[in-house]
Design a protein. Structure first.
Length: 605
């Protein structure tokens, strides 16, 4: 034998086996990187999934090449050399070399797409350089495997080769079963809160989360007279711009706000979990951030489109530390919590908890199987009552959007078909569902306030985020280099989402009573992004914070505020001690000195 078999000159069966073997090995890497290494069922399922996917991909590439060869041959041109008679080891490593090259190509392409979509701050030159280096590394590894196949074929022939294969397979199974790393499940946080029989004196507090709210839009709408109630609160309260560090993983940020702990402590680090057959859900976002996992990103996407995988949001079982409402409940205070991320399945608390698992939500587009409604509300007996207050979206007539934004009837058909990204549903359909969910959450809150008289009301509204994602160019065309929008009526959807929050805020504060303090916060800001591959409006690191009412100082602009400071400040305003384990501080500069003197900050040692 005078040469080695090139990857393209292998037969279909060796190609299938080689790509399957490479996929198996890569599946073990995936299990390690998504923290499933050491769980034998999870590791085995991931290895088998990757082996099947890449084995079929290799066969597809072989068939594609064979078709091209046949087409070239039918036109009278030489079809190329026939497959070489090479040993099984030589053929196997040639196929694995081809697999490595395909893996490098997949990683480079997906790195390019994901970085352009989610990390626009990365230098384009550096992006091209690192992807070129990745391709060169893959090509070099392919060449090295080809040479190794030629030189090692004689050493592993016959019975020796079969023993090597069996021993290698057994060794990989044993290694996969060794518990190198633990899982990421959260344990109970019972015992982390101090209980008290006597409720402390303090203020009533409304904690309102506005997903994606940004000062650049709020200030424009306030200047236009669109948000009268928020304008009054801005004049009488303290405001700040909170730095929201990228990546802007909303569930992790909302959990930091609710617990006062960073994501490394509270346990929620991802936006979405991937659920595959035989594998415990694992972080989907890791597939886009970890360069080793980029090829598996394609596996996950194909599995999702094939209906064998879906995305699930992180749940309350991942939260390792107590939330504000659990600390308040331990002190004898009642809370009402509605739609806060990572609250499904609903945990017990002193008051009412309507989790983010009730009603339409932003994760519905990823879910194949809905979350159990029986675990959506605490106490469970309030499920029917909460469902009766929901607002049903109308995806045919877009009734909520038409009513809230005053859209002309003739705009509905075109609006339903507008899709800046063909891989995602129409933003109008998503916004219809999101605003309907916001209306339902406000209905529940307004009905619960006179029943429970909670000291703490916490809820999140998502409409503004979805509206700005999809319709920023229509509302602010100058940010995209245009004098006017082709559909200015669609831009009013952003105004409608903010007006809904403004109207709801007024009703909540009126129902809560005159001594109520407002803490309004967003998980991130928003900005125009003309080059974004996902949405024209995208996340910004400048988030919103407004503190108003009670002893809060009017007209103050706070500096150097972190999300970690919100929980201690809220606990202080509720009259509670600050637990020793919270790293944040009370925002005393936002509070009247006389109130601070009468109610000094108490931090448990």
């Amino acid at each position: 034998m005078t040469g080695s078999p090139s990857p393209g000159r292998l037969g279909p069966v060796p190609t299938l086996l080689a790509f399957g073997a490479g996929g198996w090995l890569y599946g073990l890497v995936v299990a390690w990187r998504v923290d499933r290494w050491g769980s034998f069922p999870d590791t085995l399922a991931l290895a088998l999934l990757c082996a099947c996917f890449f084995g079929l991909l290799g066969l597809l590439l072989w068939l594609l090449r064979a078709g091209v060869r046949r087409l070239v041959s039918s036109r009278g041109q030489p079809a190329g050399a026939a497959p070489l008679r090479a040993g099984w080891w030589e053929r196997l490593l040639a196929g694995v070399g081809a697999f490595v090259l395909v893996l490098a190509v997949l990683a480079a392409l997906l790195d390019l797409v994901v970085t352009l979509a989610f990390r626009p701050e990365v230098s384009r030159a550096w992006l091209l350089v690192r992807d070129a280096l990745g391709l060169a590394t893959g090509a070099l590894a392919c060449w090295a495997l080809l040479r190794l196949g030629v030189r090692g074929n004689a050493l592993v022939s016959g019975r020796v080769g079969r023993r090597v294969l069996v021993a290698g397979a057994v060794l990989l199974l044993v290694i996969a079963a060794v518990p190198w790393r633990g899982g990421d499940g959260a344990g109970s946080f019972a015992g982390q809160v101090a209980r008290s029989r006597t409720p402390p004196p303090g203020l009533r507090l409304v904690l309102l989360g506005l997903d994606g709210a940004t000062w650049t839009v709020i200030d424009r709408l306030v200047a236009d007279g669109e948000l009268p109630h928020l304008a009054g609160l801005l004049a009488s309260g303290a405001r700040a711009t909170v730095f929201s560090p990228p990546p802007h993983v909303s569930p992790a940020i909302w959990t930091t706000i609710a617990t006062g702990q960073p994501r490394t402590v509270h346990g929620v680090r991802q936006y979405l979990l991937m659920r595959m057959p035989g594998v415990r859900p694992f972080p989907f976002a890791a597939l886009a951030r970890d360069k080793l996992l980029l090829p598996f990103f394609a596996v996950g996407l194909v599995s999702y489109l094939a209906g064998v995988a879906d995305g699930v949001p992180p749940g309350s079982d991942m939260v390792r530390v107590p939330s504000l409402w659990h600390r308040a409940g331990a002190a004898g205070l009642q809370s009402v919590v509605i739609g806060w991320p990572c609250t499904w399945p609903a945990r017990s608390l002193n008051g009412l908890l309507v989790s983010d698992g009730l009603g339409p939500g932003e994760f519905d587009v990823f879910l194949r199987r809905p979350r159990r409604l029986s675990q959506a509300v605490y106490p469970p007996g309030k499920l029917g009552w909460a469902q009766s207050l929901q607002v049903e979206p109308d995806v045919e007539k877009l009734s909520v959007l038409v009513q809230r934004a005053g859209l002309p009837a003739g705009e509905v058909a075109a609006l339903k078909n507008y899709r800046p990204n063909r891989l995602l549903p129409a933003p109008a359909l998503l916004l219809e569902r999101t605003l309907a969910a916001d209306l339902g959450r406000l209905n529940i809150a307004l009905a619960a306030l006179p029943r429970y008289r909670p000291r703490l009301l916490a809820l999140v509204l998502n409409g503004a985020d979805m509206a700005m994602h999809g319709f920023w160019p229509q509302r602010f065309p100058q940010d995209f280099g245009r004098e006017q929008s082709a559909h200015p009526a669609w831009g009013r959807l952003i105004d409608a989402a903010y007006r809904l929050a403004d109207d709801g805020l007024q009703k909540l504060l009126e129902a809560s009573g005159p001594d109520t303090v407002l803490v309004l916060v967003s998980d991130h800001g928003m900005r125009p992004d003309p080059h974004n591959l996902i949405w024209p409006g995208w996340h910004d690191s400048r988030a919103v914070l407004l503190l108003a009412g009670g002893p809060l100082r009017p007209g103050v602009r706070l500096q150097r505020v972190a999300y970690l400071d919100l929980a201690p400040t809220i606990l202080y305003l509720l009259g509670l001690e600050i637990p020793a384990g919270l790293p944040g501080r009370v925002l005393t500069e936002a509070i009247e000195p006389a109130y601070l003197a009468a109610h000094p900050v108490r931090r448990r040692q």
